[in-house]
Design a protein around this ligand. Sequence first.
Ligand code: SF4
Length: 381
Amino acid sequence: MELYLHIPFCVKKCNYCDFLSFPMDEAGKKAYHRALLRDIREASAVYKNQEISSIFFGGGTPSLLEGEKVSELLEAICRAFLVREDCEITMECNPGTVTQEKLCAYKRAGVNRLSIGIQSACDRALSLLGRVHTWRDAKEAFLMARQAGFSNLGVDVMMALPGQSLEEYEETLKQVLSLKPEHISAYDLIVEEGTHFARWYEKEPEAFPDEETSCRMYKKTVEMLTKAGYRQYEISNYAKPGFVCRHNYGYWSNEPYLGIGLGAGSYVGLRRFRNTTDWTSYLAKNTTEETAVLTNEEQQEEFFFLGMRRVEGISQKEFAARFPETDFAPYKNTLLHFLTQGLVREENGRFSLTVDGMLVSNVIFTELGLTAERIQKGGKT
Ligand code: SF4
């Protein structure tokens, strides 16, 4: 099982962000720390015999936590569950919030992987995004992490930013590659409802790159990172051999995960549930919301929706093992339809997306979802 801890605090809200995150004073952070320890103890009563293969501190900005607090949380987790000796322990870091001392303390606490939110090597873009750091801060944070002894570092970059040209994005990739991280995540900017960017987009859509530019950025990412020795293993993720992010990969491979903290989601058995997102209620007592038991149809949709995000794709054999009662043929027909368009490939019984297919993955997933619906209704596909 994978463990996720949500740390919802940020120095300030970025202009594009719709995550569950907000600024918080010291008293609030202390209260939240106590609530997390309580949740870990409570989860232990149910899951104490579960083997934990990865722990992920996500947010928000987990790197606002002091090393001592991270250490207390990890000790509590080790008492609560069976944490594997080789457990991958990742901490998301915002470059504007770390010091050498803090990174060394994370390392001593047991964190063995950092995911650093660099986003861009262009200060103009960082300022538009509302990030609290410059490119220089990001580079310094990365080098400090190396000095602290981290040999597994991931960085996040964003593409299709307002006013961003292909050349500017290429320069970000070059600069990021010069740091030689073990892992790179490259995400398209998504304009989320309710954000500052959504209001901007409504008034001035032409300030944002068009679809053609963003497709060229995506293809440039695949080309440059592959050439530099990274293997693409998911639509937006690339790793040097041996450095795939275990936590994220587990998510796409249908592994169970348990979320601790405000609004954290879990997937255990066939149940998906989410902790309350209400701050005051969470501090008093955790309650879960949106409990759903996945139907057979939903499981099949997820099998494709998650599995085909991976470059290795899915196989008919895996499908037959998970859904012995369901005929694969209608899905195969849908996949073959996209294969003739060069969007899906088939190799050794596995179906996966081509780079062009990744650019229109939503269309393909929707069609596979519709296939599931038709099978359920017993109709033709
Ligand atoms: S640092 Fe991350 S979580 Fe916090 S506001 Fe910015 S994008 Fe959102």
